[in-house]
Design a protein around this ligand. Structure first.
Ligand code: ZN
Length: 87
């Protein structure tokens, strides 16, 4: 859990800070008031908002895709390769 100790001194988060904690933020791993600042920055800042969406997409696609290799496909490729190399 990331805590933001300088929270009171510097109320606004900047792009650098958002970039640094973005992954933790998307994993819901930052404290609530800090997360709120990040969320409003992501709404206002096109660059960071896009970055957040990209991360979210990657995260989702990683979670949904199970890397499965079809053994039959490998076998077909292998015999195809053998045919090519056979004289
Ligand atoms: Zn930004």
């Amino acid at each position: 859990m990331i805590k933001r100790r300088w929270f009171r001194r510097k109320p606004e988060v900047d792009c650098r800070e958002v970039g640094r904690v973005l992954q933790s933020y998307l994993d819901h791993n930052v404290e609530a008031d800090f997360a709120g600042r990040i969320a409003s920055h992501l709404e206002e800042c096109k660059k960071c908002g896009l970055e957040a969406r990209t991360y979210t997409k990657i995260k989702h696609s990683l979670g949904e895709t199970r890397p499965e290799v079809d053994p039959e496909a490998i076998e077909r490729l292998r015999s195809f390769g053998n045919e090519l190399t056979e004289d």
